[in-house]
Each structure stands twice: as structure tokens, then as C-alpha cells.
Ligand binder design. Structure first.
Ligand code: SF4
Length: 149
């Protein structure tokens, strides 16, 4: 089984209430080859919610307590991001998922790039919190771009 970001399958769960529908990923879900997850909703957020970025590092640094996730109003939401990552790991295990396709650039789901914590649209190389946790447990995480390439 494959796990995919809910927003890539067409669910309007992004912070601003939109999706990032990719028909090929939606088809995987329809054919029951993939299960949808949204780590941020699993962590207790609702839609819409303020955008958040990792400050001071990457998802790995967050897991190591060396960086935090903060929303655009300065509220520390690190615990909810870590909780969402743990819940996603649980679902991956329950479904025997060895490959996960997550939305690039997200502070949860990014696998190659994330925003740099200044809310300026600038990106850095690195993974989001959920991706980092899944990889630490031997699960392959790719972005929609890599999967569809
Ligand atoms: Fe999509 Fe992941 Fe953000 Fe949820 S946490 S909206 S699945 S990018």
C-alpha cells in the first residue's frame, strides 16, 4: 500500500482551504492502491489555519529539538506537527506502507524542499517533520514530482 498526501488526492485540507489535486494520485486512491493522510489534520489542526514554517532548521532538527515550527502569528505549533508526524507513522505501519508520496515544500510533507522560516517564499533544501520521521523509520518518502517523473 502507498500513503499519499490528502491534498494531492484532491482534498481541500491545505492551510488556506485549497487542494493540490493531481489526477494520477487521485486515481491511486480511487483504485484503492493508496491511502490518504494529512499530517496537519492528524496533529489537531483545522482547515483553514494560519500558514506555518520551520524556524532554525529542517524537520530533522525539529525532531531533535533543535528547531521549531511557528505560524505566521508567531505561535509555536511544534508539538502539533510532531504529533501529526507520529500519527502518520502509525497509519503507515498499519497499512504496511513502504512508499509514501507527500506534497513538496510543506513543513510537514516536504521531502526535498521546505520554506526557510521567514515567510518570504524562499526555500531551503530539507524535509518536513513528517517526512523526517518516516525516513527515520525506514519508509521511503518521495514528492509528487519524483513519483510522477
Ligand atoms: Fe497537504 Fe501535507 Fe499540508 Fe496536509 S500537511 S495539507 S497533506 S501538504
Amino acid at each position: 500500500m502507498i500513503l499519499v498526501s490528502s491534498c494531492l488526492a484532491g482534498m481541500k485540507v491545505r492551510y488556506n482551504g485549497t487542494d493540490r489535486l493531481d489526477e494520477r494520485i487521485h486515481k491511486l486512491v480511487e483504485e484503492k492502491k493508496a491511502v490518504m493522510v494529512c499530517p496537519e489534520l492528524l496533529g489537531g489542526f483545522q482547515t483553514p489555519r494560519p500558514p506555518a514554517e520551520i524556524i532554525g532548521g529542517t524537520g530533522d532538527d525539529v525532531l531533535d529539538g533543535q528547531a521549531k515550527v511557528v505560524d505566521q502569528f508567531g505561535c509555536d505549533v511544534t508539538d502539533m506537527y510532531v504529533s501529526g508526524a507520529e500519527e502518520t507513522l502509525k497509519i503507515a505501519r498499519e497499512n504496511g506502507a513502504t512508499t509514501v508520496i507527500l506534497k513538496e515544500n510543506s513543513p510537514s510533507c516536504g521531502s526535498g524542499f521546505i520554506y526557510n522560516g521567514t515567510f518570504s517564499g524562499e526555500k531551503i533544501t530539507g524535509a518536513g517533520v513528517t517526512t523526517a520521521l518516516l525516513r527515520r523509520h525506514g519508509i521511503k518518502v518521495v514528492s509528487e514530482d519524483e513519483f510522477l517523473a
